[in-house]
Design a protein around this ligand. Structure first.
Ligand SMILES: NC(=O)c1ccc[n+]([C@@H]2O[C@H](COP(=O)([O-])OP(=O)(O)OC[C@H]3O[C@@H](n4cnc5c(N)ncnc54)[C@H](OP(=O)(O)O)[C@@H]3O)[C@@H](O)[C@H]2O)c1
Length: 230
């Protein structure tokens, strides 16, 4: 498949590598190709400048968000949550209508004074729902937003039946996304389909607990597993 990964951060990079390794044609999207390739410093999270990172990755192209989206069958939205809507707006409904958009983003606001980030869209809505409302003819599927980027594409790094959630209004779109999750290494029984995109709010609110565990463990390499009594 032709897949666009919108976002050049660590999530976009992990997804792009895995998708290319599993046989897809991958184009990554960014605001401005020249600006992204001109970065020479390691970022605050310790990520290599994009140009250095992609030196040995000739199989992954970098284009503007709109150019990346144009040729794609499926898009991954791996942008800063505050920018996710603006990124899709910049691409436009004409290119997005009828496409599956896998939303892995979280709209978190870090104030510095609060011990935990705040969700900007919460309780009665969510980023996933707002994106679906803004692009009613696209098929938003929320998944992987509550899993650290390396674990997203290598769930076997943690033993056991830890879970990944998904939500979306289109059953067909979710079937396609489930296929991709399976190709990443998730097993069928680890994938929990919560239902419609309205349940993206539960997945996004879960992030606050995730953030607290990250603070306590000092790493994002963990996940949660649903257990029930026998
Ligand atoms: N880090 C994780 O392990 C993890 C796990 C699960 C979910 N997530 C979610 O995944 C998303 C991506 O996370 P990340 O850490 O890889 O990267 P990030 O730093 O949150 O986002 C980087 C991307 O967002 C774009 N962006 C930032 N500000 C923008 C603006 N004002 N307008 C347009 N685009 C803008 C950047 O565009 P340029 O390319 O032009 O710079 C870049 O492609 C986030 O929503 C995050 O919450 C992260």
């Amino acid at each position: 498949m032709n897949i666009a990964v919108l976002g050049t951060g660590m999530v976009g990079r992990s997804l792009a590598v895995k998708l290319a390794e599993t046989g897809h044609t991958v184009v990554m999207g960014t605001r401005n190709v020249g600006t992204t390739l001109a970065v020479t410093e390691v970022d605050a999270m310790g990520n290599l400048p994009f140009k250095q990172w992609c030196e040995n990755r000739q199989d992954i192209a970098l284009k503007s968000f709109a150019s990346a989206a144009a040729a794609a069958d499926i898009l991954f939205l791996a942008t800063a949550g505050a920018a996710s809507q603006a990124v899709l707006d910049s691409i436009g409904a004409e290119l997005l209508d009828g496409k599956v958009i896998v939303d892995v983003s979280n709209y978190l606001e870090f104030t510095g004074s609060d011990p935990l980030p705040a969700l900007k869209l919460v309780n009665t809505t969510s980023l996933g729902e707002e994106l679906q409302k803004a692009f009613p003819k696209a098929y938003i599927v929320k998944t992987l937003n509550h899993v650290e980027h390396s674990l997203m594409v290598n769930p076997g790094m943690i033993e056991g039946g830890h879970n990944v959630f998904m939500s979306g209004d289109s059953e067909e779109a979710k079937v396609q996304v489930k296929e991709l999750l399976l190709s990443f290494g998730w097993r069928q029984e680890q994938i929990i389909d919560l239902g419609g995109i309205v349940y993206a709010r539960a997945m996004e609110m879960h992030l606050i607990l995730w953030c607290r565990m990250y603070q306590m463990l000092g790493t994002g390499s963990f996940n949660f597993e649903l257990k029930q009594p026998h």
